[in-house]
Design a protein around this ligand. Structure first.
Ligand SMILES: Cc1cc2nc3c(=O)[nH]c(=O)nc-3n(C[C@H](O)[C@H](O)[C@H](O)COP(=O)(O)OP(=O)(O)OC[C@H]3O[C@@H](n4cnc5c(N)ncnc54)[C@H](O)[C@@H]3O)c2cc1C
Length: 400
């Protein structure tokens, strides 16, 4: 049993608890907070938010799924920007469909944003059975606080068993907040997912210890089971034109939300050259370039091949190229048709982000560089000779 109460001597009526409660269980009466025990989930979100420590909670651990019907359904967070869903959403739908079918449950997308209603058809066509839509002008841009609030409200109402997020900067920011509010676990950066059917457990696989071992993680004692999944690791769902599903509109009440941040402007980075995750060909440079100005050898080859430019962390850490170009464990995971590694040794953390590329070409002057162990084609040589010659050859071949 749990007990919660407001110590009226300490409550100063600041309303922080009202905004913090995901279940709308707190209201103000005569300037003091009052908790509706029928609606309260005893999650404790208000306790931490009260600056005056006026809310007292005594409980045995109680989680949302214990409060009612058993948790069911696989959910995908429908990350979007300017009403366009991120590529990773389609990848999660592909994987989520398999998980939902194994569990015998529906697959749903949580779409939060503005002017999304006419876009949700594409989610059904990619395998969603249900779309939970929270559409409101104040949700146009991703912000942690209101998005967390909406997602938690939906979880409280519909009780999913599994929630998947892209391990993008948005997903990595949002998912931990939701997990903390729901008092459940979260496995970050998964590269594989499966279901242990009898126990209805999500099998979450991710690299650990610098990619040297693969860890398998279960969340046995919390629901929903939550994971972020690296973009470009799962296969995109195949679209089925004309497929439809159930649209559930969620009523958004901004008065229950906290808006601690404002989006001033969205500045697109040089998309043509940086859009690594969607590129079919990537030419990457590493410390072997020796100097930032030598990235022009990499850019020249990339331009000739119609490729995006990537980099190792050593090159990024040296300040030669922005982080958005970094490939690897702490950068982007890519899986292009062709990956050309120039002056990159092939450290395990770099390989973690590119080893699933179809064709890997390595250019390195050290014949013992580890990159040669995984490459499809290797050139042992000085990149300052090889790259200009290769760029020229590609240009000639293209002309022909
Ligand atoms: C927790 C953690 C996370 C990390 N995450 C990442 C990550 O996301 N991405 C990443 O890349 N790294 C990451 N690293 C760093 C990683 O361990 C390596 O230090 C890094 O990848 C090395 O980059 P590099 O290959 O460019 O440099 P080096 O290892 O120094 O290799 C340079 C290579 O260039 C070759 N070379 C030199 N001159 C020439 C020339 N003239 N012509 C041809 N070849 C030449 C050399 O033979 C050498 O093989 C991480 C490390 C840790 C601990």
């Amino acid at each position: 049993m749990a007990e919660i109460r407001v110590n009226q001597d300490d409550c100063l009526g600041c309303e922080a608890c009202v905004a913090a409660c995901p279940f709308g269980a707190i209201r103000m009466e005569a300037g003091l907070a009052v908790i509706d025990l029928d609606s309260c989930n005893f999650c404790g979100a208000c306790v931490g938010e009260c600056p005056y420590e006026a809310i007292l909670l005594e409980k045995e651990e109680k989680r949302p799924e214990q409060a009612g019907a058993p948790a069911r359904g696989v959910w995908v967070f429908g990350e979007q920007r300017e009403a366009e869903f991120a590529t990773v959403v389609y990848e999660l739908l592909g994987e989520g469909r398999k998980l939902a079918d194994t569990l015998g449950d529906p697959l749903a997308v949580v779409a939060i944003g503005r002017d999304l209603e006419e876009k949700v058809g594409v989610l059904f066509e990619h395998g969603a059975d249900i779309v939970y839509l929270a559409d409101h002008p104040q949700l146009a841009d991703f912000r942690d606080d209101p998005y967390t609030q909406v997602f938690v409200e939906l979880v409280a109402s519909y009780r999913p068993e599994v929630c998947l997020f892209g391990a993008t900067s948005t997903g990595r920011s949002l998912a931990p907040r939701i997990a903390a509010r729901l008092r459940t676990g979260l496995t970050a950066d998964c590269t594989g997912l499966d279901i242990l059917k009898e126990e209805r457990l999500l099998v979450q696989t991710r690299p650990a210890f610098g990619g040297n071992i693969m860890a398998t993680i279960y969340c046995r004692h919390g629901k929903p089971q939550m994971a972020t999944v690296r973009p470009r690791v799962m296969k995109k769902a195949e679209p089925q034109p004309g497929r439809t599903g159930e649209l559930v509109r969620h009523t958004v009440d901004p008065s229950r939300m906290v808006f601690r941040t404002r989006v001033l402007e969205f500045v697109r980075e040089d998309v043509e050259t940086v859009n690594l995750e969607d590129a079919d060909i990537i030419v990457s440079g590493g410390r072997g370039l020796g100097d930032p100005k030598n990235f022009k050898y990499v850019s020249d080859l990339a331009k000739a091949m119609g490729a995006a430019v990537g980099a190792s962390r050593a090159a990024v850490d040296a300040g030669w190229i922005p982080y958005s170009h970094q490939v690897g464990q702490t950068g982007k995971t890519v899986s292009p048709k062709v990956y050309v590694a120039c002056g990159i040794s092939g450290a395990i953390q770099h390989l973690a982000g590119m080893s699933s590329s179809d064709i890997i070409v390595a250019i390195n002057k050290d014949p013992d560089a580890p990159i040669f162990k995984i490459c499809t084609y290797g050139v042992v040589g000085d990149l300052f000779q090889v790259l200009p010659a290769l760029s020229e050859a590609v240009k000639q071949a293209r002309k022909g």
